[in-house]
Design a binder for this molecule. Structure first.
Ligand code: 26V
Length: 825
C-alpha cells in the first residue's frame, strides 16, 4: 500500500474520540497542562499539535518523493505572503474539520471560538500577498512541486485601531506567543554578504575577475510553514528567512570597550526581517527595504542551488530545466543579477552562458501600472549596499542596449534611454521593471485588460522587441478558503445539490444554474445569506457598537484604502443618499448598511483623511433618528484575512469601483461574487471578466471605460464643471467644509473636497458620480425583486469557476512554467 493511501485511510479512519485523545495527550505531554486548567491558547496549541501529526507525515513524504524523482519545481519569490490563519484551513484541507469539531464539542469547546485564538499571519499588504497565499494553496492541491520563498517578518502589517475616527497604527506581533505552524531549520542557514567594495583582479589565466569584499555578513535562518494541499496528498513548504547577526558580538570591538558599537551591528542585522513595509510613498527606510529584497533573494537562490547540486553536482547544464523562479512583482528582481554573480564570479561561467540560464529561469508578474508604485532605486544606494550587483546591472544593460536595442532601432537614442535599466536625471536610478523584463523569460499581467495595458502603455517597445514574452494570467482565489471554509452553510447546501467535488473542480458549480429559478433552492440559498448577515451583525456590534438590521442590504467595500479604489466615491454617494433622505424622510428606500474595511498606508495623508471622514459621516448618520434607520454606515477596524472571512459570506453588494485602468485585477471582487454578492463595478481589472462569466444581467456596470478615461484626460478634465453642473455634487462637496459631521470643528474634512476640486480629482470621481448613483438605483430595484435577486446571487456562485486559483496556476503551468504534477506516494 502506498504511503498516501495509508495516510488517507488514517485520516479517514480517525474518529472524533481518537482526535480528542490526541488533543488531550498534547495538552498533557507537549504543553504541560490538563483539561481542567488549560487556557484557550493551550487548547488551540494542543489541537494544532494533533493536526500537525498528519501534516508532518505528508510533508516528509512529499519532500522525499520530490527528491527521489528530482522534479522540476517552481520557486515563488515574494516579499509578501498574506496567509491569514492556518488551523481551520489545514483541518479543512486534510478533511479533518468535522472530526475535530466533534472532538472539541465533546470537550465542551466550540471550534469557531478556538480558531479565533490564532493570530493572522499578516505578512503582506493586500492583494499581491494574498494572491501568493492562494497560489501556494493551489500548487499543493494540484500536486505541483513548488516552494514559496519570502521573509519571516517578526511584525506583519500593522494592526489598525480607530481613535475618535482616526486611524492609529499599532505593531502586529503575530508570533509573540509562538506559532505551531512553522518549523525552524537551523541546518539550512545561509550567510549573506552586503556593503563593502569590489576589487578588480587578474586570475592565473590572465582574465579579469571581480572580487567582492563585503562589509558585513548576515545570517539567514529558514522557517518552514507547511502548505497543505486539499486532500492532503502533497504538503509543500513556504520557506521564510529570518535575519540574524553572524556573531552575537563583534569581540574585537567589544573588547576595546565599544559595547554599544558591537551591539549596534547585531541590532542592524536583525532589523532586516523585523517588519513588513506598508505600501507607502515616503522614502524612509529605503535602504533597509533594498537589503530585505536582496537578503531573501540571496538566501533563496543559495538554498535552490544547494538542492540542485545534491543531484547535479557542478553541472549547470540542467539548471533552468529544473528550476523556474517566478518574481512576484519587481520586489525580488535583484535575484536576476544575483544569479549572474553566482554563475560568473563564483562558478566561473562565461557571461553569455550565464545570461542564457538566467533568462530561462526567471519570469516576472506585473501587478500595477501606477507610476508611483513602479520601483526605482538610486544608483548611489545600490553602490553602497550591493556594489558588485550594480556593476553586473551596468553590464546587462550595456549588452542589451548595444546588441538587442541597436539591432532593432539602429542609432535611436530616445528609445535607448527609455529602455535603459538606468534612468538618467538629477539622480540616476535603477529601474527594476526594465531589469525584470530584460532578465525574464515571460512577463504577465493579472487580468486581460491589465495585460493589454502592460503591453500597450507600460512596455510597448519591449513588446515590439519580444512579442512572445508578454502574456496574461488572470488572477484567481482558492475556493477552499474563500467558500468551503469561510461559508460552511452554503458549502453544505452546494454539496447536497451538486456533490462535494467542487473544491477541486469548481466548474461543477455551474450545475447550480439549474436551480437558479427553483423557489425551494432560492429560499435555502437566501436563508443562508441571512444567517451569515445575522452573524456579521454580531461582529459589527462587538467592533463598533452599532446596531444594524440584517434584513437591510449589506453593501461592502473591503480593500486597501487608496484614491484609485475610490472609497471616497462611495462616501460621496452615501452623503447624497443621506441628503436625499433628509430632504424627503418618507423616501421609498430599501434600508442599506454600507460596510467598509481598509487600512491606509501610515504616510498616506489623504487616505487617512478619507477613513476619518467615513467614520465621522457614520457617527452622524447612525445616530440621526430622522432617517428612521434606513441608512447605516460602519467602518470595521483592522481589516485582515480573518475578518474578510466573516464579512464576505454576508455581503449582498460588492463595491468594485476603481477608475478604469487602475486596478490591475482585484481578487476581493472574486471572493464576494463567489459568495453570492452582486457586483457594482467599473469595467476595470477582473471585473470585466467577471461580468463576462456571470452575465451582464447579474452585475451592475457603471462609469467610464479605459478608453473614455484616456480621452477625457487628454481633452482636459475639469472637476469644477461637475461641481457647478450638478446641484447634488455641489451640495455634498460643500458639506465637507461645514462642521455638520465634526461639530465645532469646521474644515476638518475639507481636504477631501479639495482633492476633488483644487486637487484636480485625479481618479475622476466626479465624472463617474452620476453613473454610479444610477447604478446604485439599479441595485436597489434589483433587490426589490426578491426572486430576481436570488437568481442573480445563485448564478454568481455558479459561474465563478474561471476565478479559481487552480485555473490561474494551470495557466502559469501551461504558458510559463511547463511544470508536471508529481504524485506523492
Ligand atoms: C503599491 C503602492 C506603493 C506606493 C504607493 C502607492 C501604491 C499603490 C499600490 C501598490 C500596489 C502594488 C502591487 C499590488 O499589490 N498590486 C495588486 O495586486 C493584486 C494581485 O495581482 C491585484 O489583484 C490588485 O489589483 C493590485 O493592485
Amino acid at each position: 500500500m502506498t504511503k498516501a493511501k495509508e495516510t488517507e485511510m488514517a485520516i479517514g479512519k480517525i474518529t472524533p474520540k481518537q482526535f480528542k485523545e490526541s488533543i488531550i495527550k498534547h495538552l498533557n505531554s507537549t504543553f504541560g497542562t490538563d483539561i481542567n486548567k488549560a487556557s484557550k491558547k493551550a487548547w488551540w496549541n494542543a489541537t494544532s499539535a494533533a493536526l500537525n501529526e498528519f501534516v508532518y507525515d505528508r510533508l516528509s513524504q512529499t519532500q522525499k518523493t520530490h527528491f527521489e524523482k528530482d522534479t522540476r519545481a517552481v520557486h515563488y519569490f515574494s516579499l509578501e505572503f498574506l496567509m491569514g490563519r492556518l488551523t481551520g484551513n489545514n483541518l479543512h484541507n486534510l478533511g479533518l474539520f468535522e472530526t475535530a469539531k466533534k472532538a472539541l464539542t465533546e470537550l465542551d469547546i466550540d471550534i469557531n471560538t478556538l480558531v479565533d485564538e490564532e493570530e493572522d499571519m499578516a505578512l503582506g499588504n493586500g492583494g499581491l500577498g494574498r494572491l501568493a497565499a492562494c497560489f501556494i494553496d493551489s500548487l499543493a492541491t494540484m500536486e505541483l512541486p513548488a516552494i514559496g520563498y519570502g521573509i519571516h517578518y517578526e511584525h506583519g502589517l500593522f494592526r489598525q485601531e480607530f481613535k475618535d475616527g482616526h486611524q492609529i497604527e499599532r505593531p502586529d506581533s503575530w508570533r509573540e506567543y509562538g506559532n505551531p505552524f512553522e518549523i525552524r531549520r537551523p541546518e539550512s542557514i545561509q550567510d549573506i554578504p552586503v556593503y563593502g567594495y569590489v576589487e578588480t583582479k587578474f586570475n592565473d589565466a590572465g582574465k579579469v575577475v571581480k572580487e567582492w569584499h563585503p562589509g558585513r555578513i548576515i545570517k539567514g535562518v529558514p522557517w518552514d510553514v507547511p502548505v497543505v494541499g486539499y486532500s492532503g496528498k502533497t504538503v509543500n513548504v513556504l520557506r521564510l528567512w529570518e535575519s540574524r547577526a553572524t556573531n552575537f558580538f563583534n569581540w574585537d570591538v567589544f573588547n576595546s570597550g565599544g559595547y554599544h558599537d558591537a551591539h549596534k551591528e547585531n541590532v542592524e542585522s536583525e532589523t532586516i526581517s523585523k517588519v513588513l513595509y506598508p505600501n507607502d510613498e515616503t522614502d524612509a527606510g529605503k535602504e533597509l527595504r533594498l537589503i530585505q529584497q536582496y537578503f531573501f533573494c540571496a538566501c533563496s537562490l543559495k538554498d535552490i542551488i544547494r538542492r540542485y547540486k545534491r543531484a547535479h553536482a557542478d553541472d549547470w547544464s540542467n539548471f533552468s530545466a529544473q528550476v523556474a523562479v517566478q518574481l512576484n512583482d519587481t520586489h525580488p528582481a535583484i535575484a536576476i543579477p544575483e544569479l549572474m554573480r553566482i554563475l560568473v564570479d563564483r562558478a566561473d561561467m562565461d557571461w553569455d552562458q550565464a545570461w542564457k540560464i538566467c533568462r530561462e529561469t526567471f519570469s516576472y508578474t506585473n501587478h500595477t501600472l501606477l507610476p508611483e508604485a513602479l520601483e526605482k532605486w538610486s544608483v548611489r544606494l545600490f553602490e553602497k549596499v550591493l556594489p558588485r550587483h550594480l556593476e553586473i546591472i551596468y553590464e546587462i544593460n550595456r549588452r542589451f542596449l548595444e546588441s538587442e536595442v541597436d539591432a532593432k532601432w539602429p542609432g535611436d537614442n530616445a528609445i535607448k534611454s527609455k529602455l535603459s535599466i538606468i534612468e538618467e536625471g538629477h539622480e540616476r536610478m535603477v529601474r527594476m521593471g526594465n531589469l525584470s523584463v530584460i532578465g525574464s523569460n515571460k512577463v504577465n499581467g493579472v487580468a486581460e485588460v491589465h495585460s493589454a495595458l502592460v503591453k500597450s502603455d507600460l512596455f510597448p517597445e519591449f513588446n515590439a522587441l519580444w512579442t512572445d514574452k508578454f502574456t496574461n494570467v488572470t488572477n484567481g482565489v482558492t475556493p477552499r478558503r474563500w467558500l468551503k471554509a469561510c461559508n460552511p452553510a452554503l458549502s453544505k447546501l452546494i454539496d447536497k445539490t451538486v456533490g462535494d467535488q467542487w473544491p477541486t473542480n469548481q466548474e461543477i458549480l455551474r450545475d447550480l444554474d439549474k436551480k437558479a429559478d427553483d423557489a425551494k433552492f432560492q429560499k435555502a440559498y437566501m436563508d443562508i445569506k441571512h444567517e451569515n448577515k445575522v452573524a456579521l451583525t454580531k461582529v459589527i456590534k462587538e467592533l463598533t457598537d452599532v446596531d444594524v438590521d440584517p434584513s437591510a442590504i449589506f453593501d461592502i467595500q473591503i480593500k486597501r484604502l487608496h484614491e484609485y479604489k475610490r472609497q471616497h466615491l462611495n462616501l460621496l454617494h452615501i452623503m447624497a443618499l443621506y441628503r436625499r433622505l433628509l430632504q424627503n424622510p418618507t423616501m421609498d428606500m430599501v434600508p442599506r448598511v454600507f460596510i467598509f474595511g481598509a487600512k491606509a498606508a501610515p504616510g498616506y495623508k489623504l487616505a487617512k483623511d478619507i477613513i476619518y471622514a467615513i467614520n465621522k459621516v457614520a457617527d452622524k448618520v447612525n445616530n440621526d433618528e430622522r432617517i428612521g434607520g434606513k441608512l447605516k454606515v460602519v467602518f470595521l477596524p483592522n481589516y485582515r484575512v480573518s475578518l474578510a472571512e466573516k464579512m464576505i459570506p454576508a455581503a449582498d453588494v460588492s463595491e468594485q469601483i476603481s477608475t478604469a485602468g487602475k486596478e490591475a485585477s482585484g481578487t476581493g471582487n472574486m471572493k464576494l461574487a463567489l459568495n453570492g454578492a452582486i457586483t457594482i463595478g467599473t469595467l476595470d481589472g477582473a471585473n470585466i471578466e467577471i461580468a463576462e462569466e456571470v452575465g451582464e444581467e447579474n452585475v451592475v456596470i457603471f462609469g467610464l471605460t479605459v478608453d473614455e478615461v484616456k480621452a477625457l484626460k487628454k481633452q482636459g478634465y475639469n472637476p469644477w464643471d461637475y461641481y457647478y453642473g450638478n446641484e447634488e455634487i455641489k451640495a455634498v462637496l460643500d458639506w465637507f467644509d461645514t462642521d455638520y459631521f465634526t461639530p465645532g470643528k469646521p474644515g476638518e474634512l475639507s481636504s477631501i473636497k479639495n482633492s476633488f476640486l483644487d486637487g484636480g480629482d485625479p481618479y475622476l470621481c466626479l465624472a463617474d458620480f452620476e453613473s454610479y448613483s444610477e447604478g446604485q438605483k439599479e441595485i436597489e430595484a434589483k433587490y426589490k425583486d426578491k426572486k430576481g435577486w436570488a437568481r442573480s446571487a445563485i448564478l454568481n456562485t455558479a459561474y465563478m469557476g474561471k476565478f479559481n486559483s487552480d485555473r490561474s496556476i494551470q495557466d502559469y503551468v501551461d504558458r510559463i512554467w511547463k511544470l508536471k504534477s508529481c504524485t506523492v506516494k
